[in-house]
Design a protein around this ligand. Sequence first.
Ligand SMILES: C[S@@+](CC[C@H](N)C(=O)[O-])C[C@H]1O[C@@H](n2cnc3c(N)ncnc32)[C@H](O)[C@@H]1O
Length: 253
Amino acid sequence: MRGDHWEMLHGRYQDVMNDVTCDAWIGDTPYSSTTHSGHDAMTESDNAKMRRAITYPAWTPDDVRECVSFWSPRTRGWFVTITDDVLAPHWRAALADAGRYAFSPLAYVVHGSRFRMAGDGPAQWSLWIVVARPKREPYSKWGALPGAYVQPAGELSGHRAGDHKREIGGKDDWIMRRLVADYSRPDDVVCDPCAGWGTTGAAALREGRSFIGSESRESAFAVSCKRLSETSFQPSLFNPSKAKQAKITLDLP
Ligand SMILES: C[S@@+](CC[C@H](N)C(=O)[O-])C[C@H]1O[C@@H](n2cnc3c(N)ncnc32)[C@H](O)[C@@H]1O
């Protein structure tokens, strides 16, 4: 049934995803050490008020290149990742070098977002979404897509909004559902190899896609499996006309 198919693999994607291919790659990979250390620089009370410290390692430009060279040949359609301002140009360049058409990074704005503020100026970092498509039809005829993502005020995920103990992290449902709706088609296989607590997977199932993911940390892996087992198809929040569009089937080059 639509929105029912998912699989999560426990381990590093390099070790457990060798045989996987997908229609759309939609991820939220670790950010640069600049962002991670900004998090570390927050006071304990900032952290308690906002978010927990990031406990997994930051990524370097080499990690970005490794990820693109692993995944670009395994991804038939769009490649989409949320990242920070340091790594965004590296993603774009790596995706272009892999033969894709890589767009200018799209700003992702979350109203009221205060994290990474030391109190002496504006937020120390910003979120960007790097998107790239194959240089061929039908992807070159996909249609107009937003040039930025502005999350409506108050759009926290139900999952996190009720999470008073802050045991669960991850992106808000709104942005992941939006990206799934914009960059994949109904019944596509969406992949997120750095799945964290499973927000992309939950978004994919709700939007009527299948999902495959991996996660190296056992605790996050367990949370994502539980979350996906409790998630199913819901009528799309966005682009209802897209739900009528047929799935695009292409062979890998
Ligand atoms: C930014 S978090 C993802 C959060 C997720 N988008 C969510 O909303 O729940 C990045 C995740 O990538 C995982 N990760 C980093 N490198 C990995 C690798 N090589 N293979 C699998 N998982 C990896 C980290 O453990 C971390 O949980």
